[in-house]
Design a protein around this ligand. Structure first.
Ligand code: UDP
Length: 482
């Protein structure tokens, strides 16, 4: 067979955490839908979650996607193979530090598979050297917004361009961005102080990025055009916003199996929502990693009750001793709220007509999924890029209000508790009927329409993906000719 006529083959290698695996598997499906052969590389303990998503895809996609496995070497001190099993920030940082041990097994897999392109998670900067050695183009996937990429590019300089406000030295403006972005000093971590791994890691990543063939982004141009243009210019590398990738999940099965099906009861939660008036319910979820203290959970429970807003709340803690007295009968039993323990079918919930808002930790997938569903947000960032995403939601897009979280979480037990009355006030502002809430709802709905257009034939993300595939096909043909 003429090699050049063989289909393009892309290897996807996501970080072992739901917030990176889910969008990368979605990406593999999107590329497969455009005629590409995709391989998703993961470890044995993560294979079931990837298979469960791929197995529910359309027949025509399924046969184009393969799952390949690589093992942690026995010397790597990992207790589990996914960051969502690790209960603390410290344990998750240690896990990130072990990832470089995958370098040698990755090298072996790469030599066997020999794909035409690698989409590697940013947490694997060492993949670039191996890709270069074999002459394979490599794109990085950061799992971040274009605003967060722009900020991270600024902050990785030896002297970050920050200016304190004259009347409030605790607040800084990040200079050189196309829009004014203000953060509290306490929201910006000194990564090298938090963990020696993270400090070194960002230096390594910066160097690796200089040599990669580009950056794939789960966002769409119209959502953050200024930052898309800015990042491309200052970072000096090709950038392909191809999202929102979650929109590749079309039917009920695909949406309900996304990520993990272990503890979900989709039917139960959807029938609960079916009984609620349109746009009345607040969905509350803090992503796949973070666990709050019992004291904070109790304040949340009181806050939701006081806001008088029906809610679906995903709680990762197993215990219930933090529930206020009588809460089960008064609130949960009374149909005013539902608690999901473990994993929720987030995309199904966000798209249910009864859901009118999302209280989110501002993980990028969650922000984008809410915007795609046309929902306003209550924002409660905790760590990583979440404080920057909050600025996009609240200040730039004006589709959310923050609870006032100001501390980047380094150790869970040191975080101050946000009181129930504060939570109730912000929830009521977002879910209420006044001019402010109506304005947010209208803007959010418009974002939802724009998001869908972006991935339709001819939309900005659709076109970007087509251009990338064309470029990769040309590079493949040139390699095969030489
Ligand atoms: N998610 C879900 N059900 C849950 C929790 C999370 O489907 O109970 C999905 C959510 O839709 C998103 C991802 O997991 O796609 C979480 O990514 P995000 O960037 O929002 O947060 P992280 O988990 O990385 O902090």
């Amino acid at each position: 067979m003429d090699l050049a006529s063989e289909e393009l083959h892309i290897l996807f290698f996501p970080l072992l955490t739901p917030g990176h695996m889910i969008p990368m598997v979605d990406m593999a499906k999107l590329f497969a839908a455009r005629g590409v052969r995709a391989t998703v590389l993961t470890t044995p303990a993560n294979a079931a979650a990837v298979h469960s998503t791929i197995n529910r895809a359309d027949d025509s996609l399924r046969h184009r996607i393969t799952v390949a496995l690589l093992h942690f070497p026995s010397s790597a001190a990992v207790d589990c193979e996914n960051m969502s099993c690790l209960p603390t920030q410290v344990a998750r940082q240690n896990f990130l530090g072990c990832l470089a041990s995958l370098c040698q097994p990755f090298d072996q897999v790469l030599r066997e598979i020999r794909p035409d392109c690698i989409v590697a998670d940013m947490f694997y900067p060492w993949t670039l050297g191996l890709a270069k050695e074999l002459g394979i183009p490599l794109l990085f996937f950061h799992g971040m917004s274009l605003l967060a990429l722009s900020v991270s590019h600024s902050m990785n300089r030896p002297k970050p361009p920050l200016e304190s406000l004259p009347d409030d030295p605790e607040t800084v403006v990040i200079l050189g961005l196309p829009r004014r972005i203000e953060l509290k000093r306490s929201q910006i971590p000194d990564l090298s102080k938090i963990s020696s791994f993270l400090g070194d890691f960002f230096r390594q990543l910066g160097e690796a990025e200089m040599g990669c063939s580009g950056v794939l982004v789960n966002s769409f141009y119209e959502l953050e055009p200024d930052f898309a243009d800015h990042y491309k210019k200052v970072a000096g590398r090709k950038t392909w916003p191809v999202g929102p990738v979650s929109l590749c999940n079309k039917d009920f099965d695909e949406k309900s199996s996304r990520g993990d099906t272990a503890c979900l009861d989709s039917a139960n939660c959807l029938s609960w929502l079916d009984c609620k008036p349109p746009s009345s319910v607040l969905y509350v979820c803090f992503g796949s990693l973070f666990q709050f203290s019992p004291a904070q959970l109790r304040e949340m429970a009181l806050g939701f009750e006081a806001s008088n807003t029906p809610f679906i709340w995903v709680v990762r803690n197993k215990s219930s001793e933090w529930l206020p007295e009588g809460y089960e009968q008064r609130v949960l039993g009374g149909g005013k709220g539902m608690i999901i323990r473990g994993w929720a079918p987030q995309i199904l919930i966000l798209n249910h007509p009864a859901v009118g808002g999302f209280l989110t930790h501002c993980g990028w997938n969650s922000c984008l999924e809410a915007a795609t569903s046309g929902l306003p947000m209550v924002t409660w960032p905790l760590f990583a890029d979440q404080f920057v995403n909050e600025r996009l939601i609240v200040d730039v897009l004006k589709v959310g209000i923050g609870v006032g979280a100001t501390e980047y979480v380094v150790e869970e037990e040191k975080v101050s508790v946000v009181k129930g009355d504060v939570i109730a006030r912000v929830v009521s502002r977002v879910m209420g009927g006044g001019e402010e809430a109506e304005g947010m709802r209208k803007r959010a709905r418009e974002l939802g329409v724009m998001a869908r257009k972006a991935v339709e034939v001819g939309g900005s993300s659709y076109v970007a993906m087509g251009e990338l595939i064309k470029e990769l096909n040309e590079a493949k043909a040139a390699r095969e000719e030489s």
